[in-house]
Ligand binder design. Sequence first.
Ligand SMILES: Nc1ncnc2c1ncn2[C@@H]1O[C@H](COP(=O)(O)OP(=O)(O)OP(=O)(O)O)[C@@H](O)[C@H]1O
Ligand SMILES: [Mg+2]
Length: 224
Amino acid sequence: MRDSFENQIPHIHFKDVSFSYPKKKENLIFKCNFKIKKPGFWMVVGKNGSGKSTLLKLINGIIKPKHGSVFCNANVGMVFQNPDHQILMPNCRSELLININQNLSDYEIAKKIEYVLDQVGLNGFAKRPVHTLSGGQKQRLTIACALISNRNFILLDEPTALLDQTSQLKVLKTIKNLTCNDKKPLSALWITHRYEELTYADAVAELKNGFLSSWQEPSKFKYN
Ligand SMILES: Nc1ncnc2c1ncn2[C@@H]1O[C@H](COP(=O)(O)OP(=O)(O)OP(=O)(O)O)[C@@H](O)[C@H]1O
Ligand SMILES: [Mg+2]
């Protein structure tokens, strides 16, 4: 199922989506409509509690809309704010290995590990214990895990919130490069509170009152 999306252009479409958590009267997401139908670097901003993480959960199917429909034709991977909440294994290689979902020879596995580590700027890190990585390196390892499991759409929920500026820039540039790749550009939806990051986006939207604004160029985007 997962791999059947691998060679398609990932596509997400929200049609009149409304959602509220149990026992909540008001809709957190209300008649929300948007499309992402080409690869690129998409960013969403919004105040605390506006429903950004909920929006990602609707995209990856963890929760279902009360009304409307979510169409997601993509192999979706997640990167969370704190990589320690998602990395399970003691070193980079073993973490990548548990994310390979194909039957590959040892040679192919070694090549693939080398390739994805290179893609995230962690060349030569295969044997490195995870506890010796910086926060930014851990975030780039989680991105490598998404790549090695053939994800073509990565949802990143404030991935730089815990990082200093140097690490923040490396993670941003890693995603920027992957979304600009000539042969197989990635789709990435990045949630952020850090406005200096918006300039890296191809398009920016704001989640407010349950509704996602239209996509805008970062230079024209105004945060209300
Ligand atoms: N499982 C849940 N059950 C009930 N309410 C929830 C649940 N998860 C989130 N909420 C509520 O829904 C609202 C939106 O939460 P969400 O985490 O989507 O916001 P957010 O925009 O990601 O916020 P932040 O910027 O702080 O990460 C909040 O009021 C939150 O308390
Ligand atoms: Mg959140």
